[in-house]
Design a protein around this ligand. Structure first.
Ligand code: PGA
Length: 263
């Protein structure tokens, strides 16, 4: 069985002014690197802070954007390109977060284009998927996940080998399963509900990719993860880590979450 490295990512959303972002980023990074944990840790920060944070970033700590456009450059007011992120030595980007989908009209199809832009530029792509409460209650969990993943992969026009990038054990693709009803609500999925969805995603990955590629792609859980519930999620067979919103804003809580994840 392939052993995937655990990954814990913070999503800072539209929070923190620059001084606070710099302070908290350094506190988290120093805490993580001094603990010499095996877990891959990073933070997805607002665009406007990426340049300053990148100058402080050390090897083995990930700095991510929260979104990325698909073109290298062009008349796209308000957008940021994959090559601009690469130029700042940003590690990668979240793609298709449910807030982008529900509040800013992003579709499965544009998610696929963003995926292509990021991967072709050598950026790590954290592709976010997840069902609404209505979809779950009407028995459409697997169907929704299949639609989100199939369309994104199809629209990306990428070959399986593209997703592997240049590192044999670290694919450029990670999936984040975030049930929409659990994001920012304090109502996380139960570990059983999360495991069920993660297992469905893992089976889908094995349909799209060869065994050797699929088995290396990590699937993170997101939605009201805290220091006091991270262990339960990580004890599930198909959960490889977490995408953490609210609990990543306070460095003390986030470091506690990471240290609990390491145990
Ligand atoms: P939350 O957010 O941990 O605050 O629920 C997760 C996310 O939106 O990625």
């Amino acid at each position: 069985m392939t052993k995937r490295k655990k990954m814990i990512l913070g999503n800072w959303k539209m929070y923190k002014q620059q001084q606070n972002a710099l302070h908290d980023f350094c506190a988290i990074q120093d805490g993580v690197l001094s603990s010499s944990t095996e877990i891959r840790v990073g933070v997805a920060a607002p665009y406007i802070h990426l340049s300053a944070l990148s100058q402080r970033r050390k090897d083995n700590f990930m700095l991510l954007a929260q979104n990325v456009h698909w073109e290298h450059e062009g008349p796209f007011t308000g957008e940021i390109s994959p090559s601009m992120l690469k130029d700042l030595q940003v590690s990668g980007s979240l793609i298709g977060h449910s807030e982008r989908r529900s509040l800013f009209g992003e579709s499965n199809s544009s998610t696929g284009k963003r995926l292509r832009g990021a991967i072709m530029c050598g950026l790590e792509a954290i592709l976010c998927v997840g069902e609404t409460l209505q979809e779950r209650e009407s028995g459409k969990l697997t169907e929704t996940l299949r639609e989100q993943l199939t369309t994104a992969f199809k629209e990306s026009h990428l070959a399986a080998c593209d997703f592997m990038g240049s590192h044999p054990d670290t694919p450029l693709l990670t999936i984040a399963y975030e049930p929409v009803w659990a994001i920012g609500t304090g109502k996380s999925a139960t570990p059983l509900q999360a495991q069920e969805a993660h297992n469905a995603i893992r089976l889908l990955l094995h349909e799209f990719f060869s065994q050797s590629v699929a088995s290396k792609i990590g699937v993170l859980y997101g939605g009201s993860v805290k220091s006091n519930n991270i262990k339960e999620f990580l004890s599930c067979e198909d959960i490889d880590g977490a995408l953490v919103g609210g609990a990543s804003l306070d460095p003390v809580e986030f470091l506690k979450l990471i240290s609990n994840a390491a145990r």
